[in-house]
Write a protein that binds this ligand. Structure first.
Ligand SMILES: [Zn+2]
Length: 90
């Protein structure tokens, strides 16, 4: 995992999983969101579920209902997490 960079654009792919995401994309798996967790949360990669059209987090195998805007929520330090998968860390 890489260090969390607060100044990073949230749409950027974390450097440590760039190769993985690129590979998935080459294989035809379109990722819509991802975060390595930065040592605080588990690695999460969200794709569009082929059956329901909802978000599907491929590491945990959980369906994520799309929130207003994003799958991820920001914790107090600005690190992203998915509430269905991991509880917010103080
Ligand atoms: Zn990382």
């Amino acid at each position: 995992m890489c260090k969390f960079n607060q100044n990073n654009d949230s749409r950027r792919i974390d450097p440590c999983i760039k190769g993985l995401i690129r590979y998935l994309n080459i294989q035809g798996i379109k990722t819509i969101a991802s975060c390595c967790g930065h040592g605080k949360y588990p690695l999460t990669i969200v794709v569009r579920a082929t059956d329901t059209g909802e978000g599907y987090e491929i590491v945990s195998g959980k369906y994520i209902v799309k929130r207003k805007k994003y799958f991820y929520k920001k914790d107090k330090k600005g690190c992203y997490y998915i509430p269905e998968i991991s509880a917010q860390i103080e």
